[in-house]
Design a protein around this ligand. Structure first.
Ligand SMILES: [Zn+2]
Ligand SMILES: [Zn+2]
Length: 390
């Protein structure tokens, strides 16, 4: 925006809420702590409420409603809706619609509501402090959410739910515990401010700081440190590339408690239809990025005998493309067979058995190819390393 352009009108409600809660958390909370102290019940309540709010945003607002990466039992949806209101980040309907726009137009300063192209502060909080046209409400992308009665109930009664969860509940628990103000400061104010900024980091830092193993076509980054404080959302580069996947930290060892929670819910039959990207697709994206980087490195003047490396690299690439095409063909065949097997489920048992055998063969061929790709990825990694040493 050029300086002569007039700035969009200020939104006073968000400024007041963010400003006051931040001030109370920064000054009021330590002052009360030093003067009167907090007890264990107050700390535990704040921690539990922080976790409830955090997971309601990551597993509920984000992975369930924005991206439909799984389906959830109404009890779970009601839980996410209540504690999501407690996180005070607007209703599910508005949040998810804006987030879908963020994915669709990521990094487009005119259309992405929290584009990192407009700077850290804008992506973190600034976008909520003025009526920017990029943040205009457009529910055309949220028809499915408008059909969800829990989403609509929360949207209609949002203000009441915010007050009940943020003020009513801490006051009531404080009354039971014998110190209303202490509980309100810790489980109300401090918990809310931490919960806010943790989510805001996903829009700001997760688009600035970290690696890009899957794609560099947008600014999203993978960052294990940020994953620690964002309930696993720090694997944001993977997420922007494979947004339909219920996992953000896709490897089993990557810290993604939201993924573990959704998986546990599926064990309890409270979540179903968990969507996963085929492993091959993930390997394909990583390899594609590695080839791209290897080619860029080859252009650097410090590489000796670039022609030799070039030939080796192109041989690997040809092999990669061959595996890729073969995998696509086999997968297509496998999908077709699965469809047929499903259709013929009522037909003769003999046919069904034959289909099953064929399916198993196809599956093992695909697994072999997946393994081949994994080996190639390792070779390429070593290749990249020795190229710079040469
Ligand atoms: Zn997302
Ligand atoms: Zn993002």
């Amino acid at each position: 925006m050029t300086p002569q352009e007039t700035k969009p009108p200020v939104i006073w409600t968000t400024r007041l809420i963010f400003g006051l809660t931040f001030l109370v958390a920064l000054v009021g909370v330590p002052w009360y702590g030093l003067a009167y102290g907090y007890d264990l019940v107050e700390w535990l309540t704040a921690i539990v409420m922080l976790a409830f709010c955090g997971f309601s945003i990551t597993a509920g607002y984000h992975r369930l409603w924005s991206h439909k990466t799984y389906e959830a039992h109404p009890v779970v949806r009601a839980f996410w809706a209540f504690w999501g209101a407690c996180a005070l980040q607007n209703s599910i309907l508005i949040w998810a619609s804006g987030h879908r726009r963020h994915h669709r137009y990521v990094d487009d300063n005119e259309k992405d509501p929290y584009s990192i192209g407009r700077g850290f502060w804008f992506a973190h909080m600034g976008w909520m402090l003025r009526r920017y046209p990029s943040g205009d409400l457009d529910l055309a992308n949220a028809g499915d959410l408008q059909r969800d009665p829990i989403v609509m109930f929360q949207h209609r009664h949002y203000a009441a739910l915010v007050l009940i969860s943020n003020v009513g509940l801490p006051v009531f628990l404080g009354y039971l515990n014998g110190d209303i103000l202490g509980m309100l400061l810790l489980a109300g104010f401090l918990r809310l401010v931490i919960s806010h900024h943790v989510t805001f980091f996903i829009n700001s830092l997760c688009h600035m700081w970290g690696s890009q193993p899957y794609t560099d076509t947008n600014s999203a980054r993978d960052n294990p440190v940020l994953a620690l404080v964002t309930y696993g959302e720090g694997y944001h580069n993977f997420h922007h590339y494979f947004q339909a996947d219920y996992r953000n930290g896709v490897r089993w060892w990557q810290f993604d408690p939201t993924k573990w929670l959704i998986f546990s819910l599926s064990w309890l039959r409270l979540a179903s239809n968990l969507k996963r990207t085929p492993d091959f697709k993930i390997q394909e994206a990583i390899l594609q990025m590695q080839f791209q980087r290897a080619r860029q490195k080859l252009e650097a003047p410090k590489v000796k005998n670039p022609e030799v490396w070039q030939v080796a690299l192109e041989t690997e690439y040809a092999l990669y493309m061959q595996t890729l095409n073969e995998w696509k063909a086999v997968r297509l065949e496998w999908l077709e067979k699965t469809r047929q097997a499903f259709a013929e489920n009522l037909a003769e048992k003999k046919q069904e058995l034959q289909d099953k055998i064929q399916l198993a063969t196809l599956k093992s061929r695909m697994q072999e190819m997946e393994y081949g790709l994994k080996l190639q990825r390792r070779r390429l990694q070593a290749f990249l390393g020795s190229m710079t040493q040469a």
